[in-house]
Write a protein that binds this ligand. Structure first.
Ligand code: CP3
Length: 346
């Protein structure tokens, strides 16, 4: 495989340039659906794996070595900078992340603090090792949670169904909400700048819970913080992907975030989403992750359908609409990657 060409495919698509075939990578491409991951995970806790550069490097490389993905994504978690700002994070088996000291009032807010790049040196160390280990085979993507999504975890203390507490703070303690979101925004800027400095070649902002907000509330309580992050890191020149889950009904607002690439979920047709965000922006998506549990024929039909909607236009990066699910057969992921590459060959 021509390494230079491969390195360029994903980054070229982020810039809207011609590519030999549509690049593909998958959110959560490292994880429990892979035997290699489960074996390592038996020996270490999830947070230990995130915080030990050698282990984070190994896990990041697992999908790159096993699958023909066009990018690597740093193995870490969006809650790493949350812990660095003074909030105790626990990953309990089967329960997802839990924050031990959520921010709900001025007192708990005052116990949080800004971060220094040194506070997350295990992340920047992992990035440096990865760049040398990857040797340009594929580019490395760094990431952060977007402020609203991080605030949801920080305020709710974990997963939430109705977002009562975070919306409660918005509607009833706006000053506190804004102070917290401003602090998170500063932290994310420090965090992403450190990752870029260490060598990531693109970054993705995950706004996983954006879909919980009405369009107006998204505009008032979420958009401006992500905009501030993106304008702060724009001068670095690395492509910026903004992924919002469940926000297909207000892509007209999402497009204003200032990202180069917008990641969309499966609840909207790719061409319809692209028309709304405008074809000057690039698009990433958008296969329903559950399709990877269907038959090989169904996977082919759905993948080709998405590629047809991209109409062989430049600036499409194939991805799922959300992360790979743990019961996904690896052979189905291999099958998807082959279809995307073969069917989109120019
Ligand atoms: O994409 C990648 O391969 C990079 C690694 C990555 C992980 N989490 C690894 C992970 C990335 C980019 C994330 C981001 C993340 N983390 C998000 C945003 C993206 C999304 O999925 O919506 C969110 C909301 C989190 C918070 C988080 N971390 C949750 C809700 C969970 C529990 C979910 C579960 O499946 O148990 C995690 C844990 C987590 N993050 C795992 C992995 C591989 C599973 C940990 C384990 O081994 O038990």
């Amino acid at each position: 495989m021509n390494k230079d060409r491969e390195e360029c495919r994903f980054l070229k698509a982020c810039r809207g340039e011609e590519v030999d075939m549509t690049p593909i990578w998958l959110m959560r491409q490292a994880g429990r659906y892979m035997q290699e991951y489960r074996s390592l995970r038996e020996k270490h806790s999830f947070l230990t794996m995130c915080k030990t550069p050698e282990l984070a490097v190994e896990v990041t490389m697992q999908p790159v070595n096993r699958l023909d993905v066009d990018a690597a994504i740093l193995f870490s978690d969006i809650l790493i900078p949350v812990e660095a700002m003074g909030i105790q994070v626990e990953f309990t088996e089967g329960k997802g992340p839990v924050m031990k000291n959520p921010v709900r009032d001025k007192i708990s807010f005052n116990k949080t603090h800004l971060i220094e790049p040194d506070d997350v040196s295990f992340v920047t160390d992992a990035i440096r090792i990865l760049r040398s280990e990857l040797q340009g085979r594929v580019p490395l993507i760094g990431f952060s949670g977007a402020p609203f999504t991080l605030a949801s975890y920080i305020i709710e203390a974990g997963h939430s169904r109705n977002f009562l507490l975070v919306k409660g703070m918005m509607y009833q303690a706006k000053d506190l909400y804004e102070a917290l979101l401003d602090r998170i925004t500063d932290i994310v800027i420090t965090y992403l700048k450190a990752q870029i400095e260490a060598g990531v070649q693109a970054v993705q902002l995950f706004d996983t819970w954006a879909g919980a907000l009405s369009p107006d509330d998204y505009e008032t309580y979420a958009l401006k913080y992500s905009q501030r992050i993106i304008s702060a890191i724009k001068p670095s020149g690395v492509p910026i992907i903004y992924y919002a889950n469940g926000a297909g009904t207000y892509l007209d607002k999402i497009k204003q975030v200032g990202a180069d690439v917008i990641g969309v979920d499966w609840r909207i047709e790719l061409d319809k989403a692209w028309t709304t965000i405008g074809t000057d922006l690039k698009i990433q998506g958008n296969l329903d992750p559950v399709v990877l549990l269907a038959s090989k024929d169904e996977i082919r039909r759905r993948a080709e359908g998405i590629l047809d909607r991209a109409a062989q236009r430049t600036g499409h990066i194939f991805n799922l609409g959300h992360g790979v699910l743990p019961p996904t057969p690896v052979t189905n992921v291999e099958h998807l990657i082959n279809i995307v590459h073969e069917y989109s060959k120019r």
